[in-house]
Design a protein around this ligand. Structure first.
Ligand SMILES: *Cc1c(COP(=O)(O)O)cnc(C)c1O
Length: 228
């Protein structure tokens, strides 16, 4: 299948999942995860109208951001970020992986110094897998309270990765948990710019994520093919 065919198929499947869930297609955004694929594929996909791109390493994101021939793409950092790399963050991206106090400290320092802000999602380890990053659900409120003091960090929503399993019940439970945490933090009103963004769902599970309220799905291999 060509890149264009893959892309069209994914757009159709997203539309089908939205319709099945009784949701408006406009409320669901596709982030094309281009990690480990060359920048020319980013430009090729952008030519079909794709705007949002995700990378999980900051160095690779910057490299592609600087070499793409397409203007006005939106970049998403979806992988873990070490505090010593915070200084590399360009302005204007959405960070999906804010998951600890030390990272919040570093982000606030970096962006308040230059009078800028950063948009971020709090990553939650909804499936409680030990090897996964993300704040544990029981520590979520405390982290939110900690981050809420920082004016340079604008928390827009939450992000999670479900367990890699065929068990639909477990996958959906993780997504449902993220949605309920989002509703709770929205009702507490502690983040002024909170936009109820729910970044959840990848190639293998985005239909379930859309059924559970995803606003942003992060899809890589189903569009670009397998990564080497
Ligand atoms: C790689 C990655 C994706 C995309 O995964 P696919 O299975 O290729 O769709 C989504 N989210 C995160 C955090 C990733 O690292």
């Amino acid at each position: 299948m060509s890149l264009h065919e893959n892309y069209e198929r994914i757009l159709h499947e997203i539309a089908d999942a939205a319709a099945a869930a009784g949701r408006k297609l406009d409320d669901i955004h596709l982030i094309a995860v281009s990690k480990m694929h060359p920048v020319n594929l980013v430009d090729e996909l952008a030519a079909f109208g794709q705007i949002d791109f995700g990378e999980n390493r900051i160095a690779e994101l910057i490299e592609k951001k600087n070499t793409t021939t397409t203007a006005n793409l939106r970049w998403h950092l979806i992988g873990q970020l070490q505090t010593n790399k915070v200084k590399l963050l360009p302005s204007g991206l959405l960070l999906h992986t804010l998951d600890r106090e030390s990272l919040a400290d570093a982000l606030n320092r970096r962006f308040s110094e230059c009078g800028e802000t950063i948009d971020a999602l709090i990553q939650v380890n909804c499936s409680r897998e030990t090897q996964k990053s993300g704040v544990m659900p029981e520590a979520f409120d405390k982290l939110c309270d900690y981050i809420a003091r920082f004016t340079a960090i604008r928390v827009k929503g939450l992000m999670t990765m479900a367990e890699h399993t065929d068990d639909e019940k477990d996958v959906r439970a993780a997504f449902a948990l993220l949605r309920s945490l989002s509703e709770r933090v929205a009702s507490r009103g502690i983040f002024s710019g909170f936009a109820r963004v729910l970044s959840m769902g990848m190639s293998g599970d985005f239909r379930h994520a859309i059924a559970e309220g995803a606003t942003h799905v992060r899809i890589g291999s189903a569009i670009f093919g397998t990564r080497s």
